[in-house]
Design a protein. Structure first.
Length: 510
């Protein structure tokens, strides 16, 4: 008999950690969100939550599928950033440990996790947290986590949990749906279901730009995986992984969870991994050189008959831990005299503050990156007019990755550099939909060329302005460049394709 009102603990750290980005400390308060107990619950049931979709999707589904006693413990959301300062992480972990111990006995545990966290001293904090929960609750209590498909999955993460339920869309428009799926699985496990899992990690580090799910090899792998889901096969998850974590757990991961049938889990897992491995060369990126990006933008500014162009600055994606403030494209487009360009969003708190101080209509010498230390984010200056100001708060577009949430860019300014208009923001994040421009009076639909600082999540919200063939990915330096040769990887297991083009793999002998 399942408990009348099962007690479900909820806790987790949602973080995608890049070893190449500056470490994240507790003092960087603009960069993270922490919700404990009641605050976590209030957010999860709010009309526009700030926490990740898995969390509120899980809570809402549990609310409508029967009685339960939620025990929200603590949730820390660091987004995508550098490694978490280890001392801070330990304090958060220990608070979670105490919270979970105090909550005992519980009937289940849910983690709204990302799965690619690192700290300055621990390469698998996700696995450590799952194992910590397992040690406290014991082997019989279900532990379920939702994961981003950019998770770097460790053996420990798989072994310590009963189900890892991974997003199947990139842009991630199914976060709350996966939370709901996790809740349905929790109900089944509370009623007595025991799962069996199989796990394979390929020595394949797919560049982030080749992990889209609308089309391409990753899309096909996920779609084929879903054809295997039936009565016995409960969940098929495929994590493309997060390249810049640079850990031994980097590599495309396949997790198949069945209702008690280990052999079936292994057979499906093996088949999926073999299919992907046999077409691994399809994951190599196709980027456009800076010169070609500039040439096309200049041509677009001159000839209104050409289709509008969207240039994705994939190497400077704050959604992957980059700074959102490199100037390679900005400087080159400005120098070339490109017209009708809208570029956003550029993170520069002092510049946004200065524009607010000067007021709309003011002209001034704009100094970009005056307070930045990251060497890839060089200073740049140009004459600018302040043509728009906003508080940067607006609802995410219904068709974009920020749907259902309130976006908060902090004080925001539109600066006209003469031909190139830049949207400057205060709170670092990637550009997810046209609202990131229109909130400050810039219309991307009227621009001849739009430059977005995002790797791929912008695609959902900008699809109404640009067909996929109007989008190009720029090959410029940056902390999230898909050009993997430009990074000094030290933590990954070698050989690893495509760093090692001759890397080999054969399926496990289960
Ligand atoms: Zn992701």
């Amino acid at each position: 008999m399942p408990p009348a009102s099962p007690r479900i603990a909820i806790l987790g750290i949602h973080h995608e950690g890049s070893r190449f980005a500056p470490p994240l400390t507790e003092a960087d308060t603009r960069e993270w969100l922490r919700l404990d107990g009641d605050a976590m619950w209030a957010d999860a049931i709010a009309a526009k939550p700030r926490s990740v979709g898995g969390l509120w999707g899980f809570v809402r589904a549990m609310n409508v599928t029967g009685p339960w006693t939620p025990i929200p413990i603590a949730y820390l959301d660091c987004g995508a950033a550098g490694a978490i300062d280890h001392g801070w992480y330990v304090r958060v972990r220990e608070a979670m440990r105490e919270g979970l111990k105090k909550a005992m006995p519980v009937d289940g545990v849910y983690f709204p996790q990302h799965g690619a966290s690192i700290t300055t001293a621990e390469l698998d904090p996700d696995g450590e947290l799952f194992q910590m929960a397992r040690d406290i609750v014991g082997p019989g209590v279900p532990i379920i986590a939702t994961l981003d498909l950019h998770a770097n999955v460790s053996d420990r993460m798989v072994e310590a949990t009963d189900l890892l339920c991974v997003y199947r869309t990139n842009p991630h428009t199914d976060q709350s749906a996966r939370g709901r799926e996790a809740a349905m699985a929790m109900r089944e496990m509370l009623a007595g279901l025991k799962t069996e899992k199989a796990f394979i990690r390929l020595p394949l580090m797919a560049p982030q730009v080749s992990q889209l799910t609308a089309a391409g090899p990753y899309a096909e792998a996920i779609a084929y995986g879903q054809t295997k889901v039936e009565e016995t096969v409960m969940n098929v998850s495929i994590c493309g992984g997060f390249t810049y974590g640079d850990t031994p757990d980097n590599g495309m991961a396949f997790i198949v969870t069945t209702r008690g049938d280990r052999g079936r889990a292994q057979a499906v897992c093996k088949e999926l991994a073999e299919r992907v491995w046999s077409c691994r060369e399809r994951f190599l990126p196709r980027l456009t050189s800076l010169e070609e990006c500039v040439r096309r933008a200049v041509a677009n500014g001159r000839d209104a008959a050409l289709p509008a162009l969207c240039i994705a600055d994939v190497a400077d994606n704050p959604g992957g831990g980059a700074r959102g403030n490199t100037t390679w494209l900005l400087e080159a487009l400005h120098a070339a005299g490109a017209k009708g360009v809208a570029l956003g969003v550029f993170t520069d708190p002092p510049l946004a503050a200065e524009a607010h101080r000067l007021g709309k209509g003011a002209t001034f010498e704009a100094h970009f990156n005056r307070a930045e230390n990251e060497p890839r984010s060089r200073p740049f200056q140009a004459r600018a007019a302040v043509i728009g100001l906003s508080d940067g708060v607006f609802p995410g577009a219904v068709d974009g990755t920020a749907a259902g949430t309130m976006v908060d860019l902090g004080p925001t300014a539109a600066l006209d550099l003469g031909g190139v208009t830049v949207v400057v923001i205060t709170r670092r994040q990637q550009c997810l939909d046209p609202g990131y421009f229109t909130n400050v009076g810039v219309d991307p639909a009227a621009a001849r060329t739009v430059v977005v600082k995002s790797r791929g999540h912008f695609r959902a919200g900008f699809l109404r302005l640009f067909r996929p063939d109007q989008v190009i990915e720029a090959d410029v330096p940056g902390l999230t460049s898909p050009n993997l040769d430009s990074f000094d990887f030290r933590g990954v297991r070698r050989p690893l394709y495509p760093l090692d083009m001759d890397a080999g793999w054969s399926p496990p002998n289960w």
